[in-house]
Write a protein that binds this ligand. Structure first.
Ligand code: HEM
Ligand code: HEM
Length: 183
């Protein structure tokens, strides 16, 4: 299998980045909602709130690094031709959703990071390194970053539902094997 994309299909790198981000986004959505739902000084499934926050912030920054590599990979390489079973309208829809995805891959971690910097909460990366806090505490900017993080999360969720819905419609109803292109 080729490392980079070609006229024959997506390369190994694109597939690796795709599924790595799927796993990280799933962890971020699940963990993010658990930690905000249980509140401070609490625990869920044997894991304390602080640990949820730490893991959420740390994995979010890993997702940012992977997103940057993924964008470079997409910019440097070519894209395979559209799957022949996609209509023109579906191609347009996928194109828009992919724009939302690439924006969200940057906006989610950046707004999260700005939130904890302006809030002066900091990031203790995987519990081993207290990262520097280059921004001064600012309650107004903290709240703006927080709501941008939460709002962008909802937009991202809608885009994921549209994307997965389209893939599953092709895979299960039209049975054209669209999913195989990313496996
Ligand atoms: C791929 C990246 C990320 C995704 C998809 C993501 C997603 C989410 C979601 C779904 C929530 C729950 C929102 C709610 O309903 O309250 C959340 C909350 C939060 N996220 Fe992230 N996040 C990401 C990265 C980050 C990063 C890098 C940081 C910090 C360095 C961060 C800090 C936070 C904080 C502090 C909250 C709690 C917000 C509150 O107090 O309500 N996130 N995130
Ligand atoms: C966090 C959720 C997801 C994101 C952010 C995402 C993002 C993307 C992006 C940006 C592409 C275009 C190729 C690229 O630039 O890498 C793509 C293609 C694809 N994705 Fe996802 N995806 C997600 C979840 C899923 C899931 C859960 C499935 C399977 C049910 C899936 C199946 C596919 C398939 C089959 C393609 C290739 C479509 C084609 O032929 O062009 N994706 N995805």
């Amino acid at each position: 299998m080729a490392l980079t994309n070609s006229a024959q299909g997506y390369g190994t790198l694109t597939k690796f980045f795709h599924w790595a981000i799927v796993i990280l986004f799933a962890a971020q959505f699940i963990g993010g909602n658990i930690m905000t739902a249980i509140g401070f000084n609490s625990s869920f499934a044997g894991i304390g709130t602080n640990d949820y926050y730490n893991w959420h912030k740390s994995l979010g920054l890993v997702a940012l690094a992977i997103a940057i590599l993924r964008i470079l990979n997409r910019q440097l390489g070519q894209l395979p031709p559209w799957a022949p079973t996609l209509s023109k309208r579906e191609q347009g829809f996928i194109h828009r959703v992919e724009q939302v995805f690439y924006l969200a891959m940057l906006i989610m971690p950046v707004t999260g990071w700005l939130y904890v910097m302006w809030g002066d909460y900091g990031v203790n990366l995987f519990g081993v390194w207290e990262m520097p806090r280059p921004l001064p505490k600012d309650d107004t900017l903290r709240d703006i970053a927080k709501w941008a993080h939460i709002g962008a999360g909802w937009v991202l969720l809608l885009a994921i539902l549209g994307h997965v819905g389209l893939v599953l419609r092709h895979q299960l109803i039209k049975k054209d094997g669209l999913l195989k292109r990313m496996l």
